[in-house]
Ligand binder design. Structure first.
Ligand code: SF4
Ligand code: SF4
Length: 152
């Protein structure tokens, strides 16, 4: 992904600058366009060329105990604002080991949190106990994320 440490440092520096200038307010929930702009074409291209061996398996969502994931939903409850963590993270079945390792490293540098997790956990609990429908859970998730992105 990078030819040497200098190139990597320059890249990381650019991403930090863009993040601080434009995305701190909404981080870690980014739209597709925001994510693309923040990480740049080269990284996006690498991600697009990875081949998620079984997109439906949901193992990675489950492993990080994601509060927005439920088998009742179509995998992700907040698809339009997927957190940076999940946009970057891939398991080693998805491509060459060195690339996956470097991409995972970006995850640990730029995101290790998933926003208002406790509030999300309550929505998920209501969904999984049958108190609210799938549609209602997605609606509440999206309202919560939009509120989070718009807060001062
Ligand atoms: S937020 Fe991320 S980890 Fe959670 S369900 Fe969506 S894609 Fe998966
Ligand atoms: S990245 Fe790996 S664990 Fe996650 S859905 Fe794809 S194949 Fe499954």
């Amino acid at each position: 992904m990078f030819n040497d440490q200098d190139e990597k440092n320059r890249y990381l520096d650019k991403v930090w600058k863009r993040l601080e200038a434009r995305y701190l307010q909404v981080f870690p929930f980014l739209t597709d366009g925001e994510f693309r702009e923040l990480f740049g074409d080269k990284t996006i291209q690498i991600l697009e060329n990875l081949d998620c061996a079984n997109e439906a398996c949901g193992k990675c969502d489950f492993e990080i105990d994601c509060p927005y994931y439920s088998t009742i939903l179509d995998r992700c409850g907040i698809n339009p604002y997927k957190p940076v963590h999940c946009r970057l993270w891939h398991c080693y079945d998805c491509g060459p080991e060195h690339l996956i390792r470097e991409i995972r490293e970006l995850t640990s540098i730029f995101s290790d949190q998933l926003g208002p997790e406790r509030k999300a956990g309550r929505i998920k609990q209501n969904l999984e106990s049958g108190k609210i429908s799938k549609e209602e859970a997605v609606k509440r998730f999206l309202e919560m994320i939009e509120g989070f992105r718009n807060s001062d």
